[in-house]
Design a protein around this ligand. Structure first.
Ligand SMILES: [Zn+2]
Length: 487
């Protein structure tokens, strides 16, 4: 249980920068896929790119409790690339602990953060009160990492910016967001650092990929080419994988048709933001193509439904990030068979449904949320199917299911796995190896240095090998806590 323990030693603080050149420090998402936090110090400003929570295995989650390596009040501005918790989920703690600058994000990212952050605060409070009831915490009473109110307070710090416009966020630091095609609002962040006034270094351009989407996202514009960059900091979640797209849609449709034929239920644990939209989009297309029967679809996640409303609004009002050619005259998510389930009472009533249905419920890695109750009920029956449609981090129930576990623990007991479990990683919102390589090649001329972040060690190492083979630029797998000069 991750609750506050004052006996834990904080990590040593990063000393104040005395250098006259810009410096980049990897404060997270180095050697792992969560906790994105990158600090840029220049002689005139300190900027944090992403403020993510660590997720997954317990040693990682415990890092959320470490004192932040620099005083939050010493940070002039924070840049958020997108609204996933591992990129924005630490922000409420930074604001509560003294950060007083602005948080820069696209409009859709701010909208989605307004959904995701209060939910995260609520979960932190629930975890703390659970620990208090069960006596898990060494600290009494156990405190949440931050509260729902902290999360709401942090939203006041957001300022939003359109894509493809450059603006100054701190003295000598200019920022431009460009579509990253990962989730709605997701952006790459190009930081232009001014030349030193004494001539000791030139202007420097640093591009952060954030999380990079796939070129064929059905709803979103593909990631924008890099153009000119001195340094690129790129994610590597699937640095060792190639997605098999056509096959994935086929397997998705086949699994649903097969489950319907045997009278079972299809359960799709989906990340509340983006996966739900993409799943609904494909379900509609498969129904129209006659590949699957028009089954009732229940979306059982208040957060997913709130995000769906943001998608619908942005697709109407903010088309610059939407895939060209997408028909927006009809609802792309609903052919008339989708029911939105908000109340707990209605969620529980789903257990009484007869006949084949499709349930879409969060969380995507089965780490919490309503999907747990559905899994407990559906996993023991071989007529049912669980479709995993996103990255499953080590240590999560989703990962154990993907790896073929015969039983999984939930709600205090073990549940036998007799349902069919299918892992469709091609539905991921992350670019695969060849797509990452292709995107890097849009940097012209080749960058002076590429740092790989946001990947398990195997993925980052495999991607580095491929990039080294191509010999376009030096590539370094970033190490946790490492500081590098940017001059
Ligand atoms: Zn993400």
């Amino acid at each position: 249980m991750d609750t506050y323990d004052p006996l834990r030693q904080p990590k040593p603080s990063i000393p104040p920068v005395t250098t006259t050149v810009p410096v980049l420090t990897f404060l997270g998402a180095a050697g792992t896929v969560t906790g994105s936090r990158f600090l840029i110090d220049t002689p005139t400003a300190r900027v944090l790119v992403d403020a993510g929570l660590f997720q997954g295995l317990k040693p990682l989650r415990l890092r959320n409790w470490d004192r932040f390596p620099v005083p939050p009040k010493s940070i002039d501005a924070i840049v958020i690339t997108h609204a996933h918790v591992d990129h924005v989920g630490y922000l409420p703690a930074l604001v509560r602990d003294g950060f007083r600058g602005k948080v820069h994000a696209t409009e859709s990212t701010a909208d989605l953060a307004g959904i995701v952050l209060p939910d995260s605060g609520h979960l932190q409070e629930e975890e703390a009160s659970f620990a208090n009831r069960k006596g898990f915490s060494k600290h009494h009473p156990a405190l949440p990492l931050y509260t729902e109110q902290d999360a709401r307070d942090s939203l006041d710090s957001f300022v939003t910016h359109p894509f493809d416009h450059e603006f100054e966020i701190a003295p000598g630091v200019r920022l431009r967001f460009r579509p990253a095609g990962h989730i709605l609002g997701s952006a790459t962040a190009t930081l232009r650092l001014a030349a030193a006034s004494d001539g000791s270094h030139d202007e420097r351009t640093i591009v952060f990929s954030g999380d990079l989407g796939r070129p064929h996202h059905p709803l979103l514009r593909p990631p924008t080419p890099i153009g000119r960059a001195d340094v690129v900091v790129m994610e590597s979640t699937y640095g060792n994988r190639l997605h098999d797209d056509d096959h994935a849609i086929e397997r998705f449709g086949d699994a649903i048709a097969r489950t319907a034929a045997r009278g079972g239920t299809v359960l799709i644990p989906a990340f509340a933001v983006d996966r739900t939209e993409v799943i609904l989009f494909h379900l509609r297309r498969l129904v129209e193509a006659g590949t699957i029967p028009k089954l009732p679809i229940y979306v059982d996640s208040p957060m997913a439904l709130a995000a769906l409303a943001v998608y619908r609004r942005s697709m109407r009002d903010d088309p610059e990030q939407i895939a060209p050619g997408l028909d927006l005259h009809t609802d792309p998510f609903d052919a008339g068979n989708v029911t939105e389930v908000r109340q707990v009472r209605d969620s529980k009533a789903l257990a009484n449904l007869n006949g084949p249905v499709i349930l879409v419920s969060a969380s995507g890695m089965a780490t919490g949320g309503r999907v747990i109750h559905h899994l407990k009920r559906l996993l023991p029956d071989p007529r049912n199917t669980v479709l995993l449609v996103g990255f499953q981090a080590p240590g999560t129930r989703g990962r154990r299911l993907a790896e073929g576990a015969r039983e999984v623990k939930m709600l205090g007991g073990y549940v036998p796995v007799r349902a069919e479990v299918i892992d469709l990683e091609a539905f991921s919102v992350h670019a695969d190896q060849s797509e990452l390589v292709d995107w890097l090649e849009t940097a012209q001329p080749p960058p002076e240095m590429v740092y790989l972040v946001h990947g398990e060690p195997d993925s980052a190492a495999a991607l580095k090998l491929v990039l080294d083979d191509r010999d376009r630029h030096p590539t370094v797998v970033a190490r946790d806590g490492e500081r590098v000069r940017l001059d």
